[in-house]
Design a protein around this ligand. Sequence first.
Ligand code: PLP
Length: 439
Amino acid sequence: MSHLFPRHTKANNPTIEHGAGVYLYDTNGKKYFDGSGGAAVSCLGHSDPDVTQAIKDQVDQVAFAHTGFFTSKPAEALADKLIEHAPAGIERVYLVSGGSEAVEAALKLARQYFIEIGEPQRHKVIARRQSYHGNTLGALATGGNLWRREPFSPLMIETSHISPCYEYRDRKENETAFEYGQRVANELEEEILRVGPQDVMAFFAEPVVGATSGALAPVEGYFKRIREICDKYGILLMLDEVMCGMGRTGTLFACEQEDISPDLITIAKGLGAGYQPIGAMLCAGKIYDAIENGSGFFQHGHTYIGHPTASAAALAVITKLTDGGLVERCRKMGEKLQAALKRELGQHPHIGDIRGRGLFIGIEVVEDRETKKPFAPSKSINKALKKATFEAGLACYPMGGTIDGVNGDHILLAPPFIMEDEHIDEIIAKLKIAIEEVL
Ligand code: PLP
């Protein structure tokens, strides 16, 4: 009997043996194309020699030293590299061990910022429905995924949720995409006025929504309007790029494509590319300055913040993404993959929408393509798709159906940026097998 506490107690997952490039191999010798890097983690694929060497070198020097006593060269260099490429105004990096930790740090920093600048009443967070920001209690409270939240809601801080920017489902026929974006962005202002502008601390959103909605990108102008509203009421704009950041959408930060600068950004997943667990919270200079000129101490911390080995791995990853041209490669391969998916699957009677940016692509599956009616959640289409794709040798990330019962099931594709043209055919062939079987 295994003593490991698995994610699903009844799951009988195969044992992973090794990974090489875009493939994973289990102990039975079965080969899987890593079509989603778990959940958009493995942007470099597996067994990257530069990243593994960077980890080995760092462990030989020193694996860990506590940030209560020391800083380290890889953590300093990683912060410099991130800021070199970060949106304007972002000046500091707080390194943690994953996405939820980055979100908790951002929430606490936002709160402390307002205390430091003499607005201690500000504590409310507004986020969006059908979003996911992590599984720790603060992060779970901000996320708008009812199914994940429900059992733990008595333990959560109060957060209110406005509509997502979901053009495929919510744009009215007589509206342009731009008008639609302004309408849903204006819900933020209505919500601020409803809950009391003086008490609101931050608005929190994923620029391109991942787990709950399948690579859902905003329409043009949406985030610019959101930024305007935040500025009007002195509210911090926090963007969650844990899944969509680090090149995944074809730019290092997903928000670059919205032409705005947030006040706080959270990243993880692709930052360590799976080679080490690492995340980060990046903040605007004005937030850091408020702490520096005030208490001088961010009242937060974990044992593994600024971990030298994790930082060394992430430094090697981001160097490949930026100097090595892999972000640009992701953008180009993403365009090719999305075009091929639309060509080969776009007319299928149960495929409602194919969308996304870069190698972050969502396929929304519906019962009726004309009416966009989703399959009943009880049919568990996403679970059946996950099983069928996996059996066909494609590890991808089907979700949905249970998300507020509104949208359809979806398949999220987030393959490694190193994938080649021939892998496009492989992904489509395997998807076709699964779709044929399930739909
Ligand atoms: N934020 C977003 C947008 C995510 O997609 C996730 C994980 O899927 C998280 C936060 C939480 O990250 P982690 O699972 O590393 O704690």
